[in-house]
Design a protein around this ligand. Structure first.
Ligand code: AFP
Ligand code: FBP
Length: 325
């Protein structure tokens, strides 16, 4: 094994030691969550909260198990854990190793893919509180520009951890023999141009005119205004879709539409849009709501939802342009 470990690579990037310890905690939690996902069918925990295992025992939902694993294992330097699965902020002020970090996380994203044995993931975002601010829930409404690190684990054919600490994006693959995450892609870069989009096309009738016009134009192929054929992919797992985009380019859209307009979109700002936005920008891409940069959205609450358009830079700029026409 010649590839650097997660710690070695983060050290090379002059990451502060307290942040390395926190990311190592997250890596350990993801390793455990990955094990649970892999053993889910044996334990009978792939389905709904009241699903039963082969012994007929009622099991907890894997989302809940993953949330508990993350909350138990991620503590180094943490001031607060903010989970997509939990209504309130978990302040760790009395913990022996409490510190300045706020960690936002979605413990198991794309969980509708579990029953069908497709890729799911864990997403995280880290902010460092710089001042001695009040420990109340408004403190956690911090815009994405303040993130100092973000990443995700993808539980697919292999378990990979994709991380940015602000200098590029690195992908690490879990090595089952040693248990280590080893650096396998040193610098993920998103090509500026693409001919591939990802969107849930079953919502076509609910889209706003700019999104409909953009997709219509892509589908018109070589004879249309784009002058070329576009390919489509949709995993219904943001982690899997973003991982593909970080690997080979493309754009991902989960726009505001008439079915989710009241909530402001479907995806969560703090647990999905901001961390993925930071990663995509660090890999040379762009992340927009259609009305501005995702990372600059001022949060009104930690469970807030937002429209998401991210991926290849020129294509995101073009979709923004459709929105402003
Ligand atoms: P779940 O975690 O509830 O499966 O949601 C996953 C997700 O938030 C995101 O990962 C996908 O991109 C999106 O939902 C899929 O939404 P559709 O069900 O509309 O395809
Ligand atoms: P590859 O093995 O070359 O990836 O091809 C896979 C496949 O034959 C099927 O598994 C899949 O349903 C189909 O191609 C996807 O095709 P498209 O690229 O048109 O979506």
């Amino acid at each position: 094994m010649s590839q650097p470990t997660l710690r070695k690579q983060l050290t090379t990037q002059t990451t502060p030691d307290d942040l390395i310890r926190l990311i190592e905690d997250i890596a350990s939690a993801c390793r455990r969550i990955g094990d649970e996902v892999r053993h889910g069918a044996f334990a009978g925990i792939l389905g709904a909260a009241d699903s039963k295992n082969v012994q007929g025992e009622t099991q907890k939902e894997l989302d809940v198990i993953s949330d508990e694993i993350f909350a138990d294992m991620v503590s180094s330097g943490v001031a607060a854990l903010v989970s997509e699965e939990v209504e309130t902020v978990n302040w760790l002020v009395d913990a022996p190793n409490a510190g300045q970090f706020i960690v936002y996380y979605d413990p198991l994203d794309g969980s509708s893919n579990l029953d069908v044995n497709l890729s799911v993931g864990t997403i995280f975002s880290i902010v460092r509180l710089t001042t001695d601010v009040a420990r109340d829930d408004t403190t956690t409404r911090i815009p994405g520009t303040e993130q100092i690190a973000a990443g995700y684990a993808i539980y697919g054919p292999s378990t990979q951890l994709v991380v940015t600490v602000g200098q590029g994006v690195q992908a690490y693959t879990h090595h089952p023999g040693s248990g280590e995450f080893l650096l396998t892609t040193p610098q993920m870069r998103i090509p500026e141009q693409t001919s591939e989009f990802a969107i849930n096309a079953s919502r076509y009738d609910m889209w706003e005119p700019p999104v409909r016009a953009y997709i219509d134009d892509c589908l018109r192929g070589a004879d249309g205004p784009r002058g070329r054929k576009f390919n489509m992919r949709w995993c219904a797992s943001m982690v899997a879709d973003v991982h593909r985009i970080l690997t080979r380019g493309g754009v991902f859209l989960y726009p505001k539409d008439s079915g989710n307009a009241e909530q402001g979109g479907k995806l969560r700002l703090m647990y999905e849009a901001n961390p993925m936005g930071l990663l995509v920008e660090a890999a040379g891409g762009a992340a927009s709501t259609g009305a501005g940069r995702i990372l600059e959205v001022a949060p009104t609450g930690h469970h807030q939802r937002v429209a998401v358009i991210l991926g290849s830079r020129d294509e995101v700029a073009l979709i923004d342009d459709y929105h402003s026409r």
